[in-house]
Design a protein around this ligand. Structure first.
Ligand code: ADP
Length: 456
């Protein structure tokens, strides 16, 4: 990792992902520029950067989402490239285009690739004749009540209404029968309009107890691509991931290859560049269905890094600098070493429906870290956790020679992590990790609901 890629990059994000990107940049001798809102003036990502630019404002819209301010900061500091992290501007095609126009490398795919996958309905339409299996449903342009009802009858119940422009689990509604369809469509449209300013819906068959299994892909600008295997992200609350692991338990080599190749086919279809994730639902018969592609680095990328030994941010930086995949990399040469599990530590109140919690972190003490225990944190003791941004504080990831050992290491590390002053989901995570059903890898997206009685 010593070759020259960039002199200086700007990280257009905050929290743990900004810190994580800086770690690799520093190891490569690349100078880092942080940006920050008024609420983040003393945040860890600001302290760890070589330079920091105040954007002003406190809300995301006034700061991290304001692409003009971000581009001005990059110009003012002479940053040659911008890493968008996840969230914020990371899947904003206009921003990717504005970077290119300004002569600044966007560390991510082309604006066209972001656009192609940015809308769930058009992404599915694009793949209709690609051989990649889609969740059965309707993703057409015609949006009249009549048409949606006809399609709903054809697809059958239960079904799922999703916002085409959706993300983050927002704007989804399960419809159990035709009796409520009309009202559900109206409600889903309202939700979609207020969350995304776009009320187009798509309909999917609601699969019963599927698993969420996603494939990490990576492509350079020369058409070379590999898949870095899969992650199981079935343990979710409100369709949001809570625990992720790699590899997915119970995979066969044949299924892994089929899913990996399907994911790469999706990436190739849009001439993808960089790190991307293709999300599938997997049913009990080992049938899998494409849901969507995320055109950025994912929150849960560390579990993949731990089992493959690849630094995905390093690869991202290489590709953004116009280089190919590292020379010794091929699909055949990529290993799966052992098992890794990640938990997301959120500032949220378990006694109040897990709503985001705020306050001062009077105590924040990391467990002992090692080659098998990694903490990607965006906070430090004494920080004020504000209500303005995503409430995720940190991710704790543990590796083991097998799943049992990884789980043991994670439980031990999580129990040793000390936090006080702000309510978190730490104890809830510990209970989750202690469930026999988790030890037995009885995974499906309703895992938390199904085990609710043992979690409270
Ligand atoms: P978002 O982009 O808002 O996160 P996704 O389309 O990625 O939404 O879906 C989020 C989660 O919702 C999935 O991981 C899965 O748990 C559930 N889900 C999505 N589509 C279906 C479906 N057709 N059947 C059953 N569950 C689904």
């Amino acid at each position: 990792m010593t070759e020259h890629l960039f002199n200086k990059i700007l990280i257009a994000n905050r929290g743990e992902i900004a810190v994580r990107v800086m770690r690799t940049a520093k190891a490569l001798g690349i100078r880092t520029v942080a940006i920050y809102s008024d609420a983040d003036a003393s945040a860890l990502h600001v302290q760890q950067a070589d330079e920091a630019i105040a954007l002003g404002g406190v809300t995301a819209a006034e700061s991290y989402l304001d692409m003009h301010k971000v581009l001005d900061a990059a110009r003012a500091t002479g940053a040659e490239a911008i890493h968008p992290g996840y969230g914020f501007l990371s899947e904003n095609a206009a921003f990717a285009r504005a970077c290119e126009d300004a002569g600044i490398a966007f560390i991510g795919p082309s604006a066209a690739a972001i656009e192609a996958m940015g809308d769930k309905a058009s992404a599915k339409a694009l793949l209709a004749d690609s051989g990649v299996p889609l969740v059965p449903g309707y993703h057409g342009d015609e949006q009249s009540d009549e048409r949606l009802s006809t399609e709903a009858e054809r697809i059958g119940y239960p079904l799922l209404l999703k916002a085409s422009a959706g993300g983050g689990g927002k704007g989804m509604r399960i419809v159990l029968s035709a009796a409520t369809l009309h009202d559900d469509i109206a409600a889903a449209r309202r939700e979609a309009r207020s969350a995304f300013g776009d009320d187009r819906l798509l309909i999917e068959k609601y699969l019963i107890r599927p698993r969420h299994v996603e494939v990490q892909v990576f492509m350079d600008s020369f058409g070379n691509g590999v898949y870095l295997f899969e992650r199981d992200c079935s343990v979710q609350r409100r369709h949001q991931k809570v625990i992720e692991e790699a590899p997915a338990p119970g995979m066969t080599a044949a299924l892994r290859q089929r899913m990996g190749e399907a994911a790469l086919a999706v990436a190739q279809r849009i001439q993808y560049r960089g790190a991307g994730t293709v999300e599938f639902l997997l049913d009990a018969n080992h049938e899998f269905f494409f849901m969507e592609m995320n055109t950025r680095l994912q929150v849960e990328h560390p579990v993949t890094e731990m089992i493959t030994g690849v630094d995905l941010v390093y690869w991202q930086l290489r590709v953004a600098a116009g280089k190919g995949l590292p020379q010794d990399v091929s699909q055949q040469s990529l290993p799966i070493n052992g098992h890794a599990i990640e938990v997301r530590l959120y500032a949220e109140d378990p006694d109040n429906h897990f709503l985001p919690a705020i306050g001062r972190l009077n105590l924040w003490q990391a467990p002992e870290l090692s080659a098998s225990v990694r903490l990607d944190s965006g906070v430090q003791q004494g920080d004020d956790v504000s209500p303005y941004y995503d409430p995720m504080l940190a991710k704790l990831i543990a590796h083991g020679r097998d799943r049992t050992e990884a789980l043991h290491n994670l439980r031990t590390a999580l129990a040793a992590l000390q936090v006080d002053g702000v309510k978190t989901n730490r104890d809830f995570l510990l209970r989750l990790l202690s469930l026999e059903a988790f030890a037995n890898a009885e995974l499906s997206t309703d895992f938390i609901e199904r085990n609710q009685h043992e979690l409270t």
